[in-house]
Design a protein around this ligand. Structure first.
Ligand code: PLP
Length: 278
């Protein structure tokens, strides 16, 4: 099934769930839309905190599944904003233990190179979601949901007719005919990600987290995250301050990998800001 971005597909899946049945379950921190759309639609939403290294708290998730019988579980694979891939065996065991649907959100797949799409044959409750957004076509608004026909037939009843307009359809066909271009671009981003990671790691007062996506999450230990965000902004560099006190995102910032020139500007500015303030 196709959606106006994967955001619309998330909305369709949640809208299809009975409000009286069990909750939607995901982890925390993760992509905000699972929670936001659950709340807007009136579904109960349960979040299981990740471990300090952003891995799944596997026993706790299994316990919550057993206790609350979620009708739908969302797992971003790799996860946003932490950037990591969860352990594949744990994810598969969660799918096997779930009493309802499990949506594996592979938005960042172009940078991770792994997928659970071939496991659709093993699990009738599995849905796999993709988007062209992170491959460089966010403005097209084109998401894809893969799963068993019987589920997609039901979900299709909620989808608004003409949700993918004809201009998007034509543009997507063109983009897919030239998909090598987008794959090469993703490969360049992966290479730049290693370089930015190494250089960020060498700066003082930062914990930099490994990433399988097109962004890097880091924690600042000596300056406030907000101060770094504002200082970068004053230099016309916009990154994301994801700092939330007393959570796993305490003093965290997220930088998206850009062109090599943009990345150098960011790294040079970070070096200056840290030097000036520490
Ligand atoms: C994990 C994840 N899923 C889905 C989306 C939304 O993608 P789309 O642009 O296709 O709606 C995002 C966007 O940030 C994301 O991080």
């Amino acid at each position: 099934m196709l959606g106006n971005g994967s955001d619309e597909l998330i909305q369709i899946v949640i809208q299809s769930l009975s409000v009286e049945a069990g909750p939607v379950l995901s982890v925390s921190p993760t992509f905000i839309m699972y929670k936001l759309l659950s709340k807007v639609i009136g579904k109960q939403y349960l979040e299981v905190p990740l471990n300090a290294d952003f891995s799944l708290n596997f026993p706790h998730i299994l316990e919550q599944i057993k206790q609350h019988k979620p009708v739908c579980i969302f797992l971003a694979y790799p996860n946003n904003p932490t950037g990591n891939l969860f352990d594949e065996q744990q994810v598969l065991r969660i799918i096997a233990s779930a009493p309802g649907l499990v949506v594996i959100d592979e938005a960042y797949m172009p940078f991770a190179g792994v997928t659970l799409i071939d496991r659709l044959v093993d699990f009738p409750n599995l849905l796999v979601m993709r988007t062209l957004s992170k491959a460089g076509l966010a403005g097209l608004r084109f998401g894809m949901l893969f799963g068993h026909q019987s589920w997609l037939d039901e979900l299709n009843k909620i989808r608004l007719p003409f949700n993918i307009n004809s201009l998007t359809q034509t543009s997507v066909e063109f983009a897919l005919d030239h998909y090598d271009f987008f794959q090469d671009n993703a490969q360049k981003i992966v290479e730049e990600r290693s370089r930015v990671f190494r250089q960020l790691e060498s700066l003082p007062g930062l914990d930099v987290f490994p990433s399988d996506t097109n962004f890097i999450l880091f924690r600042t230990n000596l300056l406030e995250a907000e101060q770094i965000f504002e200082s970068l902004l004053a230099r016309n560099i916009l990154i994301k301050c994801v700092h939330k006190p007393d959570t796993l995102l305490d003093q965290c910032l997220r930088v998206t990998i850009g062109t090599d020139v943009e990345n150098d500007l960011f790294l040079d500015s970070m070096r200056d800001i840290l030097k000036e303030n520490i």
